[in-house]
Write a protein that binds this ligand. Structure first.
Ligand code: ACM
Length: 536
């Protein structure tokens, strides 16, 4: 099989024909009116890589035809390369995925942003592909709060996600260490909350700080641009505003939000933080106003309110919190956690949006219609499915890409569990419970990229790839017959070259290069123990 056939993620059905079709500068692109978005994207991508104009032509006559086939699902497509390229799709998303497959078939250079030399003709292997996703939600979470990722790098990350047919980007926009979204009504959130004095260097347990200020935020127009760029690539951006823990940056900007005594600074350390929001009308009103701006920027059906890792220390010490819990008829202050998130979920419901939450919220009662992201293992997700909720699986011991990729000391700032390429390739969202008829729906799964130790886009790429390539295949492809060695063949023969062409600095399969290592910076290696899932 020609190396060009090594598609990632693997399609559901594939057969190679004989010979090749040759594109040239006169090749035309046409689409049914419903598929004009993917046609425009494909003409731009091919135009960039070839230097050709790829003029539009009627769908029935073009050299590359994007045709609507209502018999197919919205994300499904058929790709036939014979004397023309015909992509038939159930909707614009399916046509877009067909276009991505076509680019992969054209070889790595088709993924470059300008031609390498003069291009006379471009061969495309004759093939027949039938394809569709396994899951409707194929997510990646990017933590831009711990280390800010400049907008251009976010756009590029989205382009690489799209090449892998991933379709949800969960942006973790706020945390103790930084607030990254401009809110017009509360300018201090970014004036004060978007930068910190310095950061823990490596694991916070080492007690070492880097002495270097860090900061950055996205304007509302930056985020609108990110959302529109992602939408053109059929990726939904879910914003996360994390409450009532992970909120020290907001409290640093507006001290009246805090449950503790006295002002705080944007946190410089990693780890779980005892500083939490006060459960009061003041903080609820503040966050309702924040969310009013968030929903104007992000059309996503879900808005994430986070809700993870909320120590009770400050509420236990607070007369106000005790009184609030009593007023609400709660047994103790622990109930304030899901009550607070529930109030904001009601506000989002008023905007026609569902709430996404980390699975901790399930311990105290989930908001109606919540989407549960199950990170503390599988159990939170399984409970939520049993109780009729939508679920996305992202268990820490399987799908956290900040965790070290091998057991050696060469891994940069080695934290967490060893999470190898093979291990993520063998991930299953409901092991042992496949096919169970739960009242709730498993929408899919998500890889989470936390950035305490990923202090640059290069470091994010090293953590993400090629593991995210393997994960994309788990989320998209037929799990039957999945074979790691066969995946490795496609990866090494073709897919790493695609990542190279896109400028992705993935981790080499042989291990990190010297400049990808961080000698002397302490990590925190853990062995997996389901009883002790505590991050960082
Ligand atoms: C999380 O990892 N705290 C969701």
């Amino acid at each position: 099989m020609s190396a060009l056939h090594h598609l990632v993620p693997a399609p559901w059905a594939y057969s190679a024909g004989t010979g090749e079709l040759e594109f040239d500068a006169g090749t035309t692109v046409g689409a049914d009116p419903e598929l004009s978005g993917p046609r425009r994207w494909l003409a731009r991508a091919l135009g960039a890589a070839t230097g050709w104009d790829l003029v539009p032509a009627p769908a029935s006559e073009a050299g590359i035809r994007l045709l609507l086939d209502p018999a197919l699902d919205a994300e499904a497509y058929r790709l036939e390369v014979s004397d023309a390229v015909v992509i038939s799709a159930g909707g614009a998303a399916g046509a877009f995925y067909g276009a991505q497959t076509l680019l992969q078939l054209m070889g790595p250079a088709a993924l470059r942003q300008a031609p390498v030399g003069t291009v006379e003709g471009w061969p495309v292997p004759r093939v027949s592909v039938e394809d569709k996703p396994r899951f409707g939600y194929r997510g990646t979470m990017l933590d831009v709060a711990r280390h800010f990722m400049p907008k251009d790098n976010v756009l590029r990350f989205i382009e690489v996600m799209a090449m892998h047919k991933l379709n949800v980007l969960h942006l973790h926009l706020t945390d103790d260490q930084g607030w990254r979204i401009q809110i017009n009504r509360y300018p201090k959130l970014t004036e004060t909350g978007a930068w910190r004095q310095e950061s823990s260097l490596g694991s916070w347990r080492a007690g070492v700080f880097d002495g270097r200020p860090h900061g950055g935020f996205y304007t509302q127009d930056d985020l609108r641009e990110i959302v529109a760029f992602a939408a053109e690539r059929h990726i939904t951006v879910i914003p996360e505003v994390d409450v009532p823990g992970h909120s020290q940056a907001a409290i640093a900007a507006y001290p009246e939000l805090g449950a503790g005594d006295g002002p705080v600074e944007v946190w410089t350390r990693w780890g779980i933080n005892e500083t939490v929001l006060e459960v009061s009308e003041t903080s609820l009103e503040f966050y309702r106003n924040v969310l009013d701006e968030v929903v104007e920027i992000f059309p996503s059906p879900w808005i994430s309110l986070g809700g993870d890792e909320v120590p009770l220390t400050q509420w236990q010490a607070s007369a106000q919190a005790q009184a609030k819990a009593a007023e609400l008829g709660l047994d103790d202050v622990s109930g304030l956690h899901s009550w607070f998130v529930g109030q904001l979920a009601l506000h989002l419901k008023g905007h026609g949006r569902a709430t996404s939450v980390w699975d901790e919220i399930g311990d105290g009662g989930l908001p109606d219609g919540a989407l549960v992201a199950s990170w503390r293992g599988y159990e939170g997700g399984i409970d939520a499915l049993r109780n009729g909720y939508d679920v996305v699986m992202c268990p820490e011991h399987k799908l956290y890409l900040d965790h070290r990729q091998a057991d050696g000391d060469d891994e940069p700032v080695p934290v967490g569990f060893v999470t190898t390429l093979q291990a993520v390739y063998e991930f299953e969202p409901l092991p042992g419970l496949e096919g169970t008829d739960f009242p709730g729906r498993l929408l899919g799964a998500q890889a989470n990229i936390w950035s305490e130790h990923l202090d640059s886009p290069r470091r994010v790429q090293f953590a993400a790839f090629p593991r995210l390539s393997a994960i994309a295949e788990v989320f998209w492809s037929n799990p039957e017959g999945r074979d790691y060695d066969e995946f490795l063949t496609r990866l090494t023969a073709s897919h790493l070259a695609r990542l190279d062409a896109m400028g992705v600095e993935y981790r080499p399969l042989s291990g990190p290069t010297p400049w990808q290592q961080r000698p002397g910076v302490e990590g925190w290696k853990r062995d997996y123990d389901a009883e002790q899932l505590v991050r960082n």
